[in-house]
Write a protein that binds this ligand. Structure first.
Ligand code: NAD
Length: 289
C-alpha cells in the first residue's frame, strides 16, 4: 500500500481562505479586527521564525497583530512580562495573547501561562482551558492537537473505537492530544520516555501520533498496514533538513494516510491559532455562531 498524503499546507490554506472572508465580515460588522498580541522574549532563532510566520499569517487573514505585538530583550524580568500581560488582559482590542515559548531561564513559564486571561489564551495552554477539554466542555483548544484533529477529519475516518497510540506526553502536544482523541471516542494509549516496548504499542495502532522530538524514533516498519500516521515531530538534522519522528519512507509504504514533515502538522498549528483568535473575538463581542 502507498499512503495518501495528509497535506497540511493545502488544508491550512483552505481553512485560512474561508477565515479571511469571515474576518472581513466581522470587521465590517464590529468596526475592528480580531487582535492578537504576539510576545517574543529574547533572540532564539527558531522562535523568531515561528513568531514571524504567526504575524504574517495574521496579516494574510486580516487579524491585527502588529499594533499589539512586542519583542522584548532576553534580560526582561518576569515582573515586567507579567505587567505587560496585565495590560494586554485589560485591553479590549486584544482578543488573544501568545507568549512564545521557550522563555529565558529567569522567567517561569507556568506563572506566565497562568497570568494570561483564559478567554485570551489562544495557545490553549492555560490550566483552565486544558481542564475544560478534560471535562469535555472545550473552549480554547491547544493549537497543535486541534490541528491534528482537523487533519484526522480529512481522512473521513470514524474515530470511535479506533486504537490510537500517541508518542509523547508533553503539556503542549501529547496530553491535550489524548484528551481530544478521548473526546472523539478513540481508545487512547499515551507512550512516553518510560514506556516499555514502544514497537508493540505502535504495531497494534490504527492511528499513530508521534510527538517526541526524536528523529526516526518510530520505525516505518512498525506501522500497521492501512494505519494513519500523524507526525508532529520537527527535528533539524546536521545537514539542515527537517524530519519528523517517524521513518517516513517505510511508513509511507504501509500506512493508509501520512503527514509529511514539513508541510503536515506545522501549517495546521498556526491555522488553529488564528481560529482560536477569531473564536475569542466572537466570544468577547457576544457574537458566537
Ligand atoms: P517535549 O520534549 O516537551 O516532550 C517530548 C515527549 O516525548 C515527552 O513526553 C517524552 O516522555 C517523550 N519521549 C521522549 N523520548 C521518548 C521515547 N524514546 N519513547 C517514547 N516517548 C519518548 O516535546 P514537545 O514540545 O511535545 O514537542 C515534541 C515534538 O513536536 C518536537 O519535535 C517539536 O518540535 C514538535 N512540535 C511540533 C509542532 C508543530 O506545530 N508541528 C508543535 C509543537 C511541537
Amino acid at each position: 500500500m502507498t499512503a495518501r498524503i495528509l497535506d497540511g499546507k493545502a488544508v491550512a490554506a483552505r481553512i485560512r481562505s474561508t477565515m479571511a472572508d469571515e474576518v472581513a465580515a466581522l470587521i465590517s460588522k464590529h468596526g475592528r479586527a480580531p487582535g492578537l498580541a504576539v510576545i517574543l522574549v529574547g533572540e532564539d532563532a527558531a522562535s523568531e521564525v515561528y513568531v514571524r510566520n504567526k504575524k504574517k499569517a495574521c496579516v494574510d487573514t486580516g487579524i491585527e497583530s502588529a499594533a499589539f505585538s512586542q519583542t522584548l530583550p532576553a534580560s526582561t524580568t518576569q515582573q515586567h512580562l507579567l505587567g505587560l500581560i496585565a495590560e494586554l488582559n485589560a485591553n479590549p482590542k486584544v482578543d488573544g495573547i501568545l507568549v512564545q515559548m521557550p522563555l529565558p531561564a529567569q522567567i517561569d513559564s507556568e506563572t506566565v501561562i497562568e497570568a494570561i486571561d483564559p478567554g485570551k489564551d489562544v495557545d490553549g495552554f492555560h490550566p483552565y482551558n486544558v481542564g475544560r477539554l478534560a471535562a469535555r466542555i472545550p473552549s480554547l483548544r491547544s493549537c497543535t492537537p486541534y490541528g491534528c484533529m482537523k487533519l484526522l477529519e480529512e481522512t473521513g475516518l470514524d474515530l470511535h473505537g479506533q486504537e490510537v497510540v500517541i508518542v509523547g506526553a508533553s503539556n503542549i502536544v501529547g496530553r491535550p492530544m489524548a484528551l481530544e482523541l478521548l473526546l472523539a471516542g478513540a481508545t487512547v494509549t499515551v507512550a512516553h520516555k518510560f514506556t516499555r516496548d514502544l514497537q508493540a504499542h505502535i504495531e497494534r495502532a490504527d492511528i499513530v501520533v508521534a510527538a517526541a522530538g526524536k528523529p526516526g524514533l518510530v520505525k516505518g516498519e512498525w506501522i500497521k498496514p492501512g494505519a494513519v500516521v500523524i507526525d508532529v515531530g520537527i527535528n533539524r538534522l546536521n545537514d539542515g533538513t527537517l524530519t519528523g519522528d517517524v521513518g517516513y519512507a517505510a511508513a509511507a509504504e504501509r500506512a493508509g494516510w501520512i503527514t509529511p514533515v514539513p508541510g503536515g502538522v506545522g501549517p495546521m498549528t498556526i491555522t488553529m491559532l488564528l481560529a482560536n483568535t477569531v473564536q475569542a473575538f466572537r466570544e468577547h463581542l457576544g457574537d458566537t455562531l
